[in-house]
Design a protein around this ligand. Structure first.
Ligand SMILES: Nc1ncnc2c1ncn2[C@@H]1O[C@H](COP(=O)(O)OP(=O)(O)OP(=O)(O)O)[C@@H](O)[C@H]1O
Ligand SMILES: [Mg+2]
Length: 256
């Protein structure tokens, strides 16, 4: 090897797919995240648990670059996202399913699912769009049946399915999911978590924030617990399921 040629360090591991490194986030005077570090590896499902106002949604918004940290870094595949906009990030394969689904109620179900392709759409033919729509809704027969219906007329559970299909149509590298079970009937919570389990089995990388640990800790490989914007616990899902503090605060229905 000649002097000056690049050396390859075989001991160096590939960077995590997504990493928050000691991130501080403020909303004006509100200090929402304090030195938060969290990582998601390829193929991993990571849960972020916490009570109301603990910083769960802010963690997702920070990963999506919807809010920019004042300190710390957010990395995708080792690259600092500070100069990257949210639309650019979506085009790089970071999808999200937001807290209140955020559908366009006056648009049809099919149009809402296709919004997932907003940043890639121009390059796709009509035929490709149709086939992507079919592909993304394979798991969602109820969504398919309702393609021409206005999204605002769907039930909460059906709207959640549309938001899930809208993320899937992007063929994302990672999906960031904010409280997928919020406001749903127990039957729909089962449906949503069965679908997320199927995604995990296919190797989909996910970060899921939840107030209720019950389902998310069954699904996740690892988890973080937030309190007042700080990570107070981190470990494998199995470790956290057997942690007394977590079981009393999150598995009994109460909130830490
Ligand atoms: N746009 C905003 N402007 C000012 N403060 C905000 C804003 N968004 C969030 N906050 C504050 O930041 C803190 C964390 O909020 P965040 O929404 O991340 O919590 P959360 O854990 O998702 O809560 P919830 O369980 O209610 O969804 C809260 O104190 C909240 O009031
Ligand atoms: Mg929230």
């Amino acid at each position: 090897m000649s002097a000056g040629s690049p050396t390859v360090d075989l001991t160096k591991e590939a960077p995590m797919l997504l990493a928050l490194e000691r991130v501080d986030v403020f909303y004006g005077p509100v200090h929402a995240l304090h030195q938060v570090s969290a990582e998601v590896d390829r193929g991993e499902v990571v849960a972020v648990l916490g009570g109301n106002a603990s910083g769960k949604s802010t963690t997702i918004k920070t990963a999506l670059q919807l809010v920019k940290p004042t300190r710390g870094r957010v990395l995708l595949d080792g690259e600092d996202l500070a100069p990257v906009s949210t639309p650019e990030l979506v085009a790089r394969g970071v999808a999200s399913i937001p807290e209140s689904r955020r559908l366009f109620p006056e648009m049809t179900v099919a149009e809402n699912v296709l919004m997932g392709l907003y940043s890639q759409r121009r390059g796709l033919s009509r035929r490709e769009l149709t086939s992507r729509l079919e592909e993304a809704t394979t798991d969602f027969p109820r969504v398919r049946e309702r393609f021409p219906q206005l999204a605002g007329t769907l039930s909460g559970g059906e709207q959640q399915m549309v938001a899930m299909a809208r993320a899937l149509i992007q063929r994302p590298q990672i999906i960031l999911i904010d409280e997928p079970s919020m406001g749903l009937s127990p039957a729909y919570v089962d449906v949503v978590y069965d679908l997320l389990t199927r995604w995990k089995e296919r190797g989909t990388t996910m970060m899921i924030v939840e107030q209720s640990a019950h389902r998310s800790l069954q699904l996740a490989d690892r988890a973080y617990v937030l309190r007042n914007g700080e990570v107070v616990l981190a470990g494998t899902a199995a470790e956290l399921r057997s942690n007394d503090e977590v079981t009393s605060a999150y598995l009994g229905g109460g909130v830490m």
